[in-house]
Design a protein around this ligand. Structure first.
Ligand SMILES: Cc1cc2nc3c(=O)[nH]c(=O)nc-3n(C[C@H](O)[C@H](O)[C@H](O)COP(=O)(O)OP(=O)(O)OC[C@H]3O[C@@H](n4cnc5c(N)ncnc54)[C@H](O)[C@@H]3O)c2cc1C
Length: 468
């Protein structure tokens, strides 16, 4: 461990809370209650769902139950990439046809604009900058993948995506050794915590009831059970993403995958001059164990990637504390990308969990027989997807309760998709650790032996993990 690693603020939920302050926690549930819809989990999925439902049908009594405080999970810790990627689109194309997947992709493109528009309309100052997403290649193998990825995205109707060579890439962001990049306008960077706090306030202002410090211990049809009482409602919507495994009967539903981040101190003007990044694009790469980053509104770099990918037995959280090796690995990526920042101080490191279904496909479901619904399994691209999921849950509930007919959203191919559960331990742990060790080995090989092309190892890992 380098000496500077010891001065890093580690955990404390996330840098975003250090920056914006932890919230005052709302009152817990106090006794049994009833509602028309109960939402379990106060992240983006739960809060957007409550918001849109209440907006569409102000007479509905909607209660949100949150185990800690709204934004405690990934919604208060993420990289702030609001972008149009959705986990599982290609599998949905295979299952439901290319046209259906194109509609899903279009809905995601529109979702980025929707989030930006609603934050503006609600006066939520979430530090949104709509600079798109720039994904860079730094090795010949990555460049080959980048070109294939670019063509593939065009085939899903993204006609406004642009492919850049080394020079054009450097004109945007000077990532050392970048040989090309692909840019989409359907992306923005934002401050995750400002968004989640603003959403909770907007939902509450509409009349949604939010109880915090209220863990739901059991979900069954028409019941959300907590230590302080049970909320009965015809619809119970599970919006617990990476924490789902801790609910009874859900241990193997979605695997809680870890993602870790670091934030630098604010950079000086000279440092920014060396880096570029005037367009504030969300920045990613084409490594198998990929990296994501943003230039924050207060002039830092926040950069994330996979640390220890998964904890045995689907354990989820320790308020974001992160292993020193992971902090060092992320610092190494930062200085590999931007050698001019070799001496820059890392101020904060944190981690969070995201939900991964066995087939890596995001889903939104309402079981009409039981009134139980859920959305998630976003695999690390949930900032925008949670909004699309929420509007879809709204439409599913409204259709089911006879308030409205079907909409375009309820016909999208990810609706009511079912998938088998993950394997029991120790196979789950071995499988996920094996997969990420293989990705890292593949990345190392491509870096050290640039002539050898895209490593076959990674494709094998994809197949074993069920990603392809
Ligand atoms: C480090 C990190 C970086 C990421 N970066 C990006 C990014 O840049 N772009 C992107 O698109 N996606 C990113 N993601 C993923 C994205 O943040 C998530 O997909 C998204 O926030 C999921 O929102 P959610 O509301 O479904 O889940 P969460 O935000 O996890 O919310 C679930 C909530 O449910 C509560 N809860 C859980 N169990 C219970 C219970 N039993 N009773 C009551 N409440 C409960 C939790 O406390 C939590 O508040 C990242 C994730 C992580 C961890």
């Amino acid at each position: 461990m380098s000496s500077s690693a010891t001065s890093v603020v580690n955990g404390g939920i996330s840098f975003w809370y250090a920056d914006d302050g932890l919230p005052a926690v709302r009152e817990p549930l106090s006794g049994d209650a009833s509602a028309d819809v109960v939402v379990v989990g106060g992240g983006y999925t739960g809060l957007w769902t409550a918001y849109y439902l209440k907006k569409a049908a102000p007479f509905l009594r909607i209660t949100v139950l949150e185990q800690k405080f709204c934004g405690y999970g990934a919604s208060g810790r993420n990289g702030g990439w609001l972008y149009n990627g959705i986990a599982g689109r290609d599998r949905y194309a295979r299952l439901h046809g290319h046209e259906a997947a194109v509609r899903l992709q279009r809905a995601m493109n529109d979702t980025v604009a929707e989030v930006v528009a609603v934050t503006e309309a609600e006066g939520i100052d979430a530090g949104v900058h709509k600079g798109g997403v720039l994904e860079v290649a730094t090795t010949p193998a990555q460049l080959a993948r980048l070109r294939a990825f670019h063509e593939h995205e065009l085939s899903f109707g993204e006609k406004d995506r642009e492919l850049y060579g080394a020079r054009q890439t450097a004109e945007r962001i000077r990532v050392a050794g970048a040989v090309g990049s692909s840019w989409t306008p359907h992306g923005a960077r934002l401050h995750p915590v400002k968004l989640v706090k603003g959403l909770a306030a907007a939902a509450e202002a509409l009349g949604v009831v939010i109880h915090e410090s209220t863990p739901v211990t059991e979900i069954r049809p028409q019941h959300a059970v907590t230590p302080y009482g049970t909320v009965r409602a015809p619809y119970v919507l599970r919006c617990t993403e990476g924490f789902t495994a801790s609910l009874g009967g859900q241990r193997r539903t979605w695997l809680p995958m870890n993602s870790s981040m670091i934030a630098t101190e604010p950079l000086t003007d000279e440092q920014w001059a060396a880096v570029g990044w005037d367009g504030r694009e969300a920045l990613g790469d084409m490594a198998h164990a990929y990296v994501y980053a943003q230039r924050t509104a207060d002039g830092r770099i926040a950069l994330g990637g996979r640390g220890a990918p998964y904890r045995f037995g689907s354990r989820t959280d320790n308020d974001g504390r992160t292993r020193a090796e992971t902090v060092e690995a992320l610092r190494e990526v930062l200085t590999r990308f931007f050698p001019a920042l070799a001496g820059v101080r890392i101020e904060h490191a944190w981690s969070g969990v995201l939900g991964v279904p066995r087939d890596w496909c995001a889903t939104v479901t309402l079981d009409r027989a039981t009134g139980l619904g859920w959305a998630g399994g976003y695999v690390g691209s949930g900032v925008a997807t949670a909004n699309l999921a929420a509007r879809t849950l709204r439409d599913l509930v409204q259709r089911d309760s006879g308030q409205a007919g079907g909409t375009g959203l309820t016909e999208l191919p990810w609706v009511n998709h079912r998938v088998r559960k993950w394997e029991p331990e120790p196979f789950r742990w071995l499988g996920v650790h094996g997969m990420y060790a293989t990705y890292r080995a593949a990345d190392r090989r491509e870096l050290l032996r640039p002539g050898t092309g895209s490593s076959r190892l990674a494709r094998v890992a994809d197949r074993v993990a069920g990603r392809n």
